[in-house]
Design a protein around this ligand. Structure first.
Ligand code: ADP
Length: 357
């Protein structure tokens, strides 16, 4: 196993800069997730590590070795793709064994290793089948098995769960996590799904427009996003963004004034009249029975859509005087009616102030 280090990696395709100045180091044995919207450069980074793509500039190290000019097949990385890429004419056992066979490993050892891998992925009963006789989830497990069997230094996964249906995706995600806890191989995992990023990662790298927005542990990314893009990309339902104006009295949200939270005072120096975007996660908004509006952190909204989910109720509401909406996560037994006016108490300790987009 090995650490993976990217130093100022850049990749251009003609006039398009796919990734720019990508620098990070994944310590040996950690599971890192590259996440971001489509086209942000995730796959290009992964393919560059694999050696399927050449960086336009920058240095890439696997372990202590500079691998810029080392071809893919000599890099000792194993890659798992979204579409499994299994050999259709080979059995499951032959697919798992393929990489080892190419490396001319002793057939006895191969057989033993195929057995071990099949056991760890619950594939033993499927070893004689061909890929087309397997479900999508089983095929993806075989693809994982083929990668694991190679005992490569680095494991690269490109959206490996995106072809699976919802339940299978959740189950396979948990299996992947368990597998990594057992094997501890250095892993780089690409996804556009923030739930996969949050649940699997030791560290998340959030990308946008070919650039790193933030690197951190999932909880840090969630609780201390460095900008509006990260704040709204991570979290479901997403963080609410409320356009506001900074005034002498506090933040003016469509005529409703929110005071500047104590811990924020002095932390920034906004000119009066400046437009900002306030961010607050749905879980820090509660429906208040206090309608007097004497409490400073209340804002008044009109219920638009109510979505009962059993354990909780999602409420989309409109801000009085505007077309902006706000998402609220209420308890499962709360069922307001569309058109009803609610007073919302915002926990200002969890209020973010972002530059307008
Ligand atoms: P992601 O994996 O986040 O969806 P990609 O790494 O695939 O993003 O792509 C990043 C950017 O680079 C996109 O704008 C994409 O169109 C461009 N790109 C990727 N591969 C090529 C290529 N072979 N030729 C031209 N442009 C490419």
């Amino acid at each position: 196993m090995a650490n993976v280090r990217l130093e100022s990696i850049k990749r251009r395709f003609n006039n398009v800069t796919a990734i720019e100045d990508i620098t990070f180091e994944i310590p040996d044995g950690e599971f890192w997730v590259l996440v971001g919207p489509s086209g942000c450069g995730k796959s290009t980074i992964l393919r560059t590590i694999a050696g399927l793509e050449n960086a336009t500039s920058g240095n890439l190290y696997i372990g202590e070795q500079l691998v810029n000019n080392i071809p893919a097949r000599q890099r000792d990385v194993a890659m798992v793709f979204q579409n499994y890429a299994l050999y259709p004419h080979m059995s499951v056992a032959e697919n798992i064994a393929f990489g080892m066979k190419m490396r001319k490993i002793d057939p006895k050892l191969i057989q033993q290793r195929v057995g071990e891998v099949a056991r760890s992925l619950s594939l033993e009963h499927l070893l004689d089948r061909k890929p087309k006789q397997l479900s999508g989830g089983q095929q993806q497990r075989v693809a994982l098995g083929r990668a694991i069997a190679r005992q490569a230094q680095v494991f690269l996964l490109d959206e490996p769960l995106s072809n699976l249906d919802a339940q299978l995706r959740d189950d396979t995600r948990a299996e992947l996590k368990q597998l990594h806890q057992a094997l501890r191989n250095t892993t780089v995992y690409v996804t556009h799904d923030q739930v996969e990023a949050m649940t699997l990662a030791d560290k998340i790298v959030v990308l946008n427009g070919g650039q790193i927005q933030q690197i951190g542990e999932p909880q840090t990314i969630y609780n201390q996003p460095t900008n509006r893009m990260v704040a709204t990309f991570i979290g479901n339902p997403p963080m609410n963004i409320l356009p506001a104006k900074f005034t002498a009295n506090g933040f003016d949200v469509f005529g409703q004034i929110l005071p500047v939270p104590l811990q924020m005072k002095g932390k920034f120096n906004l000119p009066t009249g400046k437009q900002v975007d306030l961010g607050i996660r749905p879980e820090y908004i509660t429906i208040s029975s206090n309608s007097s509006n004497s409490s400073n952190s209340l804002i008044s909204v009109e219920v638009k859509v109510v979505e009962p989910l059993g354990r909780e109720t999602l409420i989309r509401a409109g801000l009085a005087g505007s077309t902006e909406t706000i998402n609220i996560q209420a308890a499962g037994n709360v069922h307001p009616h569309p058109g009803e006016i609610l007073n919302l108490a915002l926990d200002l300790d969890y209020l973010f102030v972002f530059d307008t987009a």
